[in-house]
Design a protein around this ligand. Sequence first.
Ligand SMILES: *Cc1c(COP(=O)(O)O)cnc(C)c1O
Length: 227
Amino acid sequence: MQNIEKNLRRVREDIQKSAQACHRNPEDITLLAVSKTKPASEIRHAYKLGQRDFGENYVQEAEKKILELSDLDINWHFIGPIQSNKTRKICELFDWVHSVDRLKIAHRLNEHRDSRSAPLNILLQVNIDSEASKSGISPEQVMSLAKQIQSLPNLSLRGLMAIPQPRDNERQQHIPLKAMFNLFNELRKIHPQCDTLSMGMSADMQVAIAEGSTLVRIGTAIFGARK
Ligand SMILES: *Cc1c(COP(=O)(O)O)cnc(C)c1O
């Protein structure tokens, strides 16, 4: 638990430094604390230290923690692969979904989102390195899926998300992140309400910020290694 405090402080400092190094305002970068596999007590601790956005990958695991922490004013982000039989729960539990990658899922989310609640914030997941093992749409599919989602009243399209293939050298890390930034700018020409580019994890956060990320998803560097 003391580690979380120290780690959170260090990650915040790193965001500041990375932003300053490329003349960006650190306040334009949201820190999403990825709490998958970690207990509710650690989330509560991070919350007490001022953290407000948390990300989870598994609906069943998240549900228990979200109910246990319902006294806190947390923005919950779903960042894992979406099974169609989980869309109802996702709509009930989460404020954001980063991993939308097909129209059928978007339709189900729109159907299950209570129209009296705020619209569900949606990011399209892009498979920027064309990896067979990863979900996400191809860059060429972004505009058409965005257009279709735009017409769904209970969803609010906010931008894009990517999980680039890990690369050990920094110069290589820039390539997919730059491609995402270009795609995001194309998207914003048609959908100016899009304000969120979710990219950067513990290993490539600094480069992601240099390439224009507005939201970094950090697990290990805050909560320590997962089992
Ligand atoms: C687990 C996960 C993260 C956090 O990764 P770390 O390397 O622990 O910072 C970020 N994004 C997604 C989609 C994840 O599944």
